[in-house]
Design a protein around this ligand. Structure first.
Ligand SMILES: Cc1ncc(COP(=O)(O)O)c(C=O)c1O
Length: 431
């Protein structure tokens, strides 16, 4: 039974999180076994080894896609995807105002110009209406980011793409296991990209995956991965500029072992995330991400929003009080507390030293700025949303205590606090 009127830890009360969180043990015997096989094979190079190829085969099968290409990071996967479209410098690429820098890095290297779409206030995913509003004759691609583990409106975004002949790349770095209309995201875009960095549901330290059904895209992507060496034809005569984004056999071995645990990690994260949301849905002034019918949330990030007019605390103060309760809470949506376009790189237009390329270029006719106020919903999101850590090593008890902590802090900071709402009183009694 929880009492949300208890004294807050910031005021000297006992922290709500009492049960120790189990040690996170993500890697084990399968990784050791596959890594041992790689060392014994004496081949760490993907083209001659078997682990990266097996990983690609299994990942493609998981998503029922024709081709998978593994690479060195999620950032690399997005660079390869955009590179495979062979867009001319100056072409515009629309993506979300709230994403990781890795969504943008590759397109900037290709001389492409990012254009930011605002997000929906209740999902934090790209708003198709905003994407439509920024589409121009220069739009060459849309990168649909499935933020936090909640599917973006794929129908809306794919319809916009197909109506104008613009390909859609799905950025699924945060979206293992999440579904749109009952189908895994990453299946419907022309190309889909995934990350295996430390923070993702599964990790090889770093790593990336690309999916496509398109044979030509697969071929160009396989060259873009590999300095434009045509290894399949045994031709060494690069005809476009391409980096080396190979995945090593060691990464492949770990990624393969992790893939075998993906369902297990997803099941726990989704069960615990849903439980926390169930608790939080009873708190007055707190709102949750809307999960459309047929969509699932796989809780890469676990979020809730405070109604700023209802509390005497900012998200930063709210998160600080939660940390004192023992909850690992942050108010910056893991983008550093602002939409991507407010980073210095975009404000100063300083991707390359001594130049404003590709944002401004006489050759391409580009001259794009990213003023404050560009995507107002994304900018205001940081005054509303708080992220709490919820990983597969958490227990049901940890989750229930986390809900208690959030309830306590909400109760304390709620303006005109003093009485419990009907649902809170019922929730408090039930807990
Ligand atoms: C949405 C999104 N896209 C791209 C990336 C880049 O992935 P990586 O860190 O593996 O390069 C990330 C990583 O955080 C991400 O969250």
């Amino acid at each position: 039974m929880f009492d949300i009127t208890e004294k807050l830890a910031i005021e000297g009360g006992a922290p709500a999180m009492k049960t120790p969180i189990a040690h996170r043990k993500r890697h084990g015997e399968a990784e050791k076994h596959y890594l041992g096989e790689v060392i014994d094979s004496d081949t760490l190079f993907f083209y001659l080894g078997t682990k990266v190829r097996e990983l690609e085969r299994r990942f493609a099968a998981l998503y029922d896609k024709k081709h998978c290409i593994a690479c060195s990071s999620g950032t690399a996967s997005l660079h390869i995807a955009i590179g495979a479209l062979q867009l001319a410098p100056g072409t515009e690429v629309i993506t979300s105002a709230i994403t990781d820098m890795g969504t943008l890095t590759g397109l900037l290297y290709q001389g492409l110009v990012p254009v930011f779409a605002d997000v929906e206030s209740d999902t934090l995913n790209m708003d198709p209406a905003s994407v439509r509003a920024v589409m121009t004759a220069k739009t060459g691609a849309i990168i649909a980011v499935h933020h936090a583990g909640l599917a973006a409106n794929l129908d809306g975004l794919l319809d916009l793409g197909s109506a104008s002949g613009v390909p859609v790349i799905e950025d699924c770095a945060q979206a293992y296991g999440c579904k749109w209309e009952g189908e895994l995201v990453g299946r419907r875009g022309l190309i889909s990209c995934f990350s295996l960095n430390h923070f993702k549901h599964i990790s090889a330290g770093s790593g990336g995956m690309i999916l496509t059904d398109d044979d030509h895209i697969r071929y160009i992507a396989s060259l873009f991965l590999d300095k434009c060496y045509q290894r399949e034809e045994n031709i060494r005569n690069p005809f476009f500029l391409a980096p080396n984004y190979q995945m090593t056999e060691m990464q492949g071995a770990v990624a393969l072992a992790q893939l075998e645990r993906l369902d297990e990690f997803l099941e726990i994260r989704m069960r615990l995330g849903d439980r926390l949301m169930q608790h939080l849905s009873m708190l007055d002034g707190i709102s949750l991400q809307s999960v459309p019918d047929g969509a699932t949330h796989s809780y890469f990030l676990t979020l809730f929003a405070i109604d700023p007019g209802r509390f005497s605390a900012t998200t930063t103060q709210f998160a600080e009080a939660l940390r004192k309760e023992g909850v690992n809470a942050k108010a910056n949506l893991v983008t550093g507390g602002k939409p991507v376009y407010l980073y210095d790189l975009f404000q100063a237009r300083s991707a390359f030293p001594g130049s404003h390329y590709p944002f401004a270029s006489r050759d391409t006719g580009s001259d794009r700025y990213y003023p404050k106020g560009l995507c107002p919903v994304a900018e205001s999101a940081f005054e509303r949303w708080i992220v709490v850590e919820l990983l597969e090593n958490y227990s049901i008890q940890n989750v229930d205590e986390m809900a208690h902590a959030i309830g306590k802090v909400a109760h304390h900071f709620r303006l005109h606090a003093g009485t419990l709402t009907g649902s809170e009183a019922r929730g408090s009694a039930r807990n």
